[in-house]
Design a protein around this ligand. Structure first.
Ligand SMILES: Cc1cc2nc3c(=O)[nH]c(=O)nc-3n(C[C@H](O)[C@H](O)[C@H](O)COP(=O)(O)OP(=O)(O)OC[C@H]3O[C@@H](n4cnc5c(N)ncnc54)[C@H](O)[C@@H]3O)c2cc1C
Length: 449
């Protein structure tokens, strides 16, 4: 550790965006302290990306291991920033680092606020994804889905959840429900290959008959659109269950219907039509409502940031500097901003999904982290060096006082070697993982004692 000449940066969140920031700033010779809520690094690369995507996840993991083992990178897993958590934002600012980057992802839940959305059998996509990726707090919960699941949303996350439901949970039926039509579907055609063996072509044909007039009203030919949708069902992965998958288009959920035990029995959907909106279309409700039977509902409509983290927050995002600089990338977009004082929060930056919730794939989050580092670097150039050891000592004193259990790279190695011994021995998808923090901490503390 270069004790006196380095600049010290704290990065909150070790997902793809944070890792990109760490990579650039560590390469530039700065001391980087990484605080991560999860014991393991990787963010959604560890707990979001479908567990069977071993190649993608393995490649990222390898890169991240290398990065975190740099002598000027100091990793503290199992440390959460927030009010009432291991450290508050004020605690962090009091540590005396030169800059803090929040790359904590989009941890809040976006709700579409329909009646009954707290019923048993209503789930948020992120929680389901955390469950099958075995994130502590979710991995060991039951997630009873019933036989027929309605997923609200038609993006890649919907496909991942359908894949889990069909191949692992072995439900009977999955219906993806979309406010707009098939042309406006958002999933990547490559992703649909993971579930297209289970597509009900008859069901899809019937759905097109149901909506064809409404498509024609905006100049969309139902036959062509249907062909375009079903032509993507090529190179389908082998079928492992008899579950049937389909779509319900031009439908907005208005109410969750429940039984006497407050358990989901269906959805009240409103019929929509499409109206042109610039180059795009908008869904417009027709005030015609009907019941759609299902046993559970998953909202896969994107996420928002965590309002309780302690940074200025408005409408689902952390507030950034409204005074654009015109630079490319624009510094303002990455600077945290306090609307009460009308000032940028000096030295506090945002990157990745913490800056733009649910925006794109790993590559986009990485690029965002790269851009953020491009903005932080000149900021650091104007700052006096800080003694990294002093910052680290202050940090560990606070963590001790708060009875926190930070996990470093050495502890992660212990955990990894234990988990490797159990590969293939459980019902985990992809690779064996402990799903409880307590279990992991006990093993790590035993292994590093
Ligand atoms: C279901 C799903 C599937 C996906 N599949 C793919 C795919 O197949 N391919 C692909 O390229 N992309 C995929 N993505 C997108 C990709 O995962 C994201 O683009 C990327 O992970 C976002 O990176 P991030 O670093 O901004 O946030 P995240 O990955 O969310 O990382 C945030 C990090 O911050 C930490 N953190 C959170 N809150 C706090 C706090 N309060 N204090 C301290 N630390 C905190 C978390 O522990 C986490 O490590 C998927 C996303 C989802 C949701």
């Amino acid at each position: 550790m270069s004790a006196t000449n380095s600049k010290v940066i704290i990065v909150v969140g070790a997902g793809p965006a944070g890792m990109a920031v760490i990579s650039t700033l560590a390469k530039a010779g700065h001391e980087v302290i990484v605080l991560n809520r999860d014991i393991k690094f990787g963010g959604l690369a560890e707990y979001g990306i479908f567990p069977a995507k071993l190649k993608l996840r393995g490649g990222l993991k390898k890169q991240y291991w290398e990065l975190l083992q740099q002598p000027n990178v100091h990793y503290f897993g199992n440390v959460t920033i927030g009010n009432g958590k291991d450290l508050t934002v004020d605690d962090l600012r009091g540590l005396g680092a030169n800059a803090i980057v929040f790359s904590s992802g989009a941890q809040g839940t976006k709700s579409i606020g329909v009646e009954g959305d707290s019923a048993q059998g209503v789930f948020h996509a992120k929680d389901v994804v955390f469950h099958f990726n075995r994130l502590p707090g979710y991995g060991d919960q039951p997630f009873e889905m019933g036989k027929h699941v309605g997923i609200i949303g038609v993006g890649d996350v919907m496909v991942d959840i359908a894949r889990w439901l069909i191949n692992y949970k072995k439900v009977e039926r999955v219906t993806a429900i979309a406010r707009r039509g098939p042309v406006e579907r958002k999933y990547n055609p490559k992703e649909i290959r993971t579930v297209c063996s289970n597509m009900s072509l008859e069901g899809i044909a019937a759905e097109f008959v149901r909506i064809k007039d409404r498509l024609a009203a905006v100049g969309q030919n139902a036959d062509d659109v249907q062909k375009g949708l079903t032509d993507e069902f090529t190179k389908c992965e082998p079928k492992v269950s008899d579950a049937k998958m389909g779509f319900r288009f031009l439908a907005s959920p208005k109410r969750i219907l429940v039984d006497a035990h407050n358990r989901v029995r269906g959805l009240e959907l409103e019929e929509n039509k499409l109206e042109p909106k610039g180059d795009d279309t908008a869904a417009v409700g027709l005030k015609q409502y009907y019941e759609f039977a299902c046993d559970s509902v998953v909202f896969a409509v994107g996420d928002k940031v965590d309002a309780t983290l302690g940074l200025p927050y408005k409408n689902g995002v952390f507030v950034t500097n409204p005074n654009k600089t015109g630079n490319d990338p624009d510094d303002a977009l990455f600077q945290a901003y306090d609307e009460m004082t009308g000032q940028v929060i000096d030295g506090v930056f945002l990157a990745g999904w913490a800056r733009k919730a649910s925006e794109g794939l790993v590559g986009i989050a990485k690029r965002d982290g790269d851009w953020c580092a491009e903005i932080v670097s000149p900021y650091l150039a104007g700052k006096e060096p800080v003694n990294a050891k002093v910052v680290l000592d202050k940090l560990t004193t606070i963590l001790k006082a708060h009875k926190s259990h930070p996990v470093g790279v050495k502890g992660l190695r212990v955990l990894e070697s234990i988990e490797k011994q159990y590969q293939g021995e459980t019902d985990c998808i992809g690779e064996f993982k402990y799903a409880s923090n307590q279990e992991m901490i006990e093993l790590i503390e035993k292994g590093t004692a």
